[in-house]
Design a protein around this ligand. Structure first.
Ligand code: GDP
Ligand code: MG
Length: 571
């Protein structure tokens, strides 16, 4: 596959807006997995993901899709060109945004999925900015339009006002009913640029992720940025300086599928005899041994916000726990691990996590995937203490602090965050209470759907010089002329000629901006009745009377109901 026919994209969204379901549909649409394979959220492979219904790990799948790019001429008998699409499903929860930013490094575009009923939520905003800062092409996808409370227009307005995304770029889909899904892959191919790498340059691969497989050993997910990788190649790591031979190379389609080669721009897997997971450093650059390359920019190191001790439930299991943690951190590079010992619990580890959910998921994975039984200590945030000798230390374990701190500690600091909270106005009160309970300080307060100063005027409608209050509207000054014109024209059409002349005017204050007249006419319903059939004449007169009932008499002018209805359509 030449790079022009490769697209690397990711799906980002707030939790539960339908990323994983959309990923399923795209995998089905391209025949990568069978329809009704009986396992929804296909890419959520971990037990913890299936139990909690959330995505924890970013997962990659390669799909192939035949598509006529830009509608280029295809000669008869020739197939539409096939595109290689790498889809990276990412977690939505804030604790896993580290996974998201890593995945985005291998992408040129992202589908920003927003629930049509819920609209933009906290993680929509956070993930949008991750993608925006990575310079990705963003395709807004308004999903779940099948829901009765779906309001795609409101979501479009949010996308415009919050992210300056063009509402006409948004795709409307239902990953549940399949509606609108046919637009997704064409949009990916047409709008997202191919990967920018150079196929003629020496190989450079970004190590995106890794995990341990009982049979194959360490499996690395890589993005080939420049050059090409073949089975049997000798590669080296910039980070560790170690060299390896490539035993197996291929794509996730969606299971590991050997291809023997990875081209520029492709995302795939590499098995290279790395023994310890410590050798697979996420963000590392891999290159052909003996060649000289500039290392790729790695990833920002994860910021650990919560620390807790992890000890084997049975003190003698330390080695087993060590092994389990080493394997698991290979698949979750955002955890920091240092050895520590406790008088009460013996030998163990102090682990740093991105948040409490991350910590929970880590413990659950240790038990479920590695059979480790652990005791974890009360989580703490990292504090900084200054001692009387002037030294400053970050304390991640309460036990490390002298029990009588007053004697030696001269100052202490706690971490804070500057947060933007976007909430419906009815929750403002409770949320402010919650924040102040946590000693939060309110720095700023503003409305997202705020009012802005505008040049508004009252547009009056006058019938025979008399203003009709029920027909008055408030419009922007720039639109007043056009709206006034349309109003009087509509009214002229719907008001019957009457026995006297009627003038219809639209005016702003005393200034008339549009005017029509309806000339007088004596309307004689009996005109067509010749002869003296009295009963027929009476019937006609009664009918005319009934007609009058549906009229509204304003001043001396009769206005039919339809005129009012039609006026509503002018804006
Ligand atoms: P994720 O957290 O963004 O990965 O969301 P999931 O794909 O796990 O979906 C969350 C829930 O929304 C699941 O129960 C899905 O079945 C449901 N869902 C996803 N897409 C749609 C849709 O288009 N319409 C409706 N009604 N439900 C959907
Ligand atoms: Mg998911």
């Amino acid at each position: 596959y030449p790079t022009e026919r490769i697209r690397n994209f990711s799906i980002i969204a707030h939790v539960d807006h339908g990323k994983s379901t959309l990923a399923d549909r795209l995998l089905e649409l391209t025949g990568t997995i069978k329809r009704g394979h009986g396992q929804p959220q296909y890419l959520d492979k971990l037990q913890v993901e299936r139990e909690r219904g959330i995505t924890v790990k970013a997962q990659t799948a390669t799909m192939f899709h035949k598509y006529n790019f830009h509608g280029t001429e295809i000669s008869e008998g020739q197939d539409q060109p096939s595109f290689l699409l790498n889809l990276i499903d990412t977690p939505g929860h804030v604790d896993f945004s580290y996974e998201v930013s890593r995945s985005l490094a291998a992408c040129q575009g992202a589908l920003l999925v927003v629930d049509a009923a819920q609209g933009v939520q906290a993680q929509t905003v956070a993930n949008f900015y991750l993608a925006f800062e990575s310079n990705l092409t963003i395709i807004p996808v308004i999903n779940k339009i099948d829901q009765p409370t779906a309001d795609p227009d409101r979501v479009k307005a949010q996308l415009k006002s919050m992210f300056d995304l063009d509402p006409s770029d948004a795709l409307l889909t239902s990953a549940k009913t399949g509606q609108g899904l046919e637009q997704v892959l064409p949009a990916v191919i047409e709008r997202i640029p191919p990967p920018p790498g150079k196929s003629g340059s020496p190989l450079r691969m970004l190590l995106l992720d890794s995990y341990y497989d009982e049979y194959k050993g360490v499996i690395c997910h890589v993005a080939v940025v420049d050059g090409m990788l073949h089975k049997g190649d000798k590669i080296s790591s910039v980070g560790t300086g170690q060299a390896y031979e490539v035993f197996d190379v291929g794509i996730m389609h969606p299971e590991l599928t050997p291809t023997g080669v990875l081209h520029t721009g492709q995302v795939g897997y590499v098995v290279s005899g790395m023994r310890s997971t410590k050798e697979a450093c996420i963000g590392d650059t891999l290159y052909h041994s003996r060649s000289v390359v500039e290392p790729l920019p790695g990833f920002k190191p994860a910021k650990h916000m919560v620390f807790s001790g992890v000890y084997p439930a049975d003190g003698s299991d330390f080695e087993a726990l060590n092994h389990a943690i080493e394997r698991l951190t290979c698949n979750d590079a955002s955890v920091s691990v240092t050895k520590e010992s406790s008088t009460a619990l013996g030998l163990g580890f102090r682990c740093g996590f991105l948040g409490l959910l991350h910590m929970d998921v880590f413990h659950q994975r240790l038990e479920q995937e590695y059979g480790a039984h652990v005791i974890s200590t009360v989580p703490t945030v990292p504090y900084i203490f200054e001692y009387s000798d002037g030294s400053k230390v970050q304390v991640q374990n309460p036990a490390a602090l002298p029990s009588n701190p007053k004697q030696r500690v001269t100052a202490c600091w706690e971490p804070t965050v500057t947060a933007t909270i976007i909430i419906p106005s009815e929750y403002v009160g409770p949320v402010i209470t919650l924040c102040s309970e946590r000693r939060g300080q309110q720095l700023e307060y503003s409305f997202v759907d705020r009012y802005q100063e505008s040049d508004l005027v009252k547009l009056d409608v006058l019938l025979n010089g008399q203003s009709v209050d029920a027909m008055a509207t408030i419009v922007h000054n720039l639109k007043a002329q056009r709206v006034g014109r349309e109003l009087v024209e509509k009214l002229k059409k719907f008001i019957d000629r009457q026995m006297f002349e009627i003038t219809i005017q639209a005016a702003i204050g005393s200034k008339v901006i549009a005017r029509e007249t309806i000339s007088a006419m004596r309307k004689n319903v009996l005109a067509k009745c010749y002869g003296g059939d009295v009963s027929r004449k009476r019937k006609l007169l009664e009918k005319q009377k009934e007609g009058k009932k549906r009229m509204k008499r304003i001043g001396s002018v009769d206005i039919p109901q339809e005129a009012f209805h039609e006026l509503l359509k002018v804006s």
